[in-house]
Design a protein around this ligand. Structure first.
Ligand code: ADP
Ligand code: MG
Length: 311
């Protein structure tokens, strides 16, 4: 059966530096093109944690130096990361397609994701970004720039930004028009550039939208059959990392609720994936989500591995 699939790529698909990423995306492209070769419609999303962190750090270091570049706001750093990650992905996927004699256009859509200005996350910033600072520097950033700063486990002070829930994708019509034309689209990179709506304006805000939640929202919007979250592990486990660890091939919504309640999934890594998968699987009958590794994507969709989340 041909499915419309939103594939969310994790950090392991992109690596830690631009040059490493340029090499890694060649490998990342293969399982993605395997899915396309099987006849599936594929829409790609990806994370940007290390990449936006690096851009933000470089920009703030440079703007604080004498030879400094201008200040680069955080939403702009996010847009930059979408741009260069999208460039690498579309470049590698295009080449992999052509090597298999498949003439399918690939493009990245710089994507704004609308968040609610009343989202409680704005009262409670939790996502650390950028450099570590001393207490004095931290106090100065609070005074001069209004940043929220936290002490990060004895390593120094760090800026934290909110992680609001994605409400809508501003460029959804464009993304859907490209899918209609059978183009491969890369969208909501890094969870999307967070924006709040003020009349006709979309105003970028310093925040980080979880890429797993943004991918789930995108999958709902484009009416996907499948959300596939590709990460570093082949399956979801309970008692993860413990002697009684158990890998799961299927999770019902009830199982998800129970295991979340029992704290089996680490916040910030597996928990958002399970929640994103649940949300998509519950959004309409027949929708399924799969969590598996990049390497096992094809086996996963063939039902041979991964963790399937369905109603
Ligand atoms: P990504 O970059 O793909 O979002 P993350 O590091 O955020 O990757 O999340 C995936 C990681 O979650 C896995 O590599 C694993 O170490 C960790 N993890 C935490 N809890 C679990 C669990 N219960 N089952 C499987 N993996 C888990
Ligand atoms: Mg993650």
């Amino acid at each position: 059966m041909k499915d419309k699939i939103v594939v969310a790529l994790g950090g392991n698909a992109l690596g830690k530096s631009p040059l490493e990423q340029l090499e890694l995306v060649k490998l990342t492209a293969k399982p993605i093109v395997d899915l396309i070769a099987e006849g599936h419609e594929v829409i790609l999303a990806h994370g940007n944690g290390p990449q936006v962190g690096m851009i933000n750090l470089a920009m703030s270091t440079s703007s604080n130096s004498d030879a400094g570049t201008p200040e680069m706001p955080f939403p702009e750093c996010g847009a930059m990361s979408q741009g260069y990650i999208g460039y690498h992905l579309q470049n590698a996927i295009r080449e992999e397609l052509l090597d298999r004699d498949m003439h399918i256009p690939v493009a990245t859509v710089i994507t704004q994701v609308i968040v609610d200005k009343n989202d409680p996350a704005f009262q409670n910033p939790t996502k650390p970004i950028g450099a570590f600072y001393s207490k004095e520097e931290s106090d100065e950033l609070i005074r001069n720039k209004g940043f929220h700063m936290i002490e990060d486990s004895g390593r120094g002070y760090r800026r934290v930004v909110p992680s609001p829930i994605p409400m809508d994708v501003a460029e959804k019509e464009t993304v859907m028009a490209l899918i209609e034309k059978n183009h491969v689209v890369i969208s909501v990179g890094g969870g999307g550039i967070p924006v709040i709506q003020e009349g006709n304006k979309l105003v970028g805000v310093p925040a980080v939208i979880d890429k797993d939640f943004a991918s789930s929202k995108l999958a709902e919007i484009v009416d996907a059959d499948y959300l596939i979250i590709l990460t570093a592990v082949e399956q979801v486990a309970i008692n993860f990392g413990k002697p009684n660890e158990k890998w799961l091939s299927e999770l019902s919504i009830e199982d998800c609720h129970q295991y979340i309640g029992e704290n089996h999934f680490a916040p910030g890594s597996m928990l958002p994936k399970v929640k994103a998968a649940m949300k998509f699987a519950q959004s309409k009958p027949g929708r399924r989500a799969l969590i598996t590794s990049l390497e096992k994507a094809a086996d996963g969709i063939a039902g041979k591995t991964g963790t399937l989340i369905k109603m």
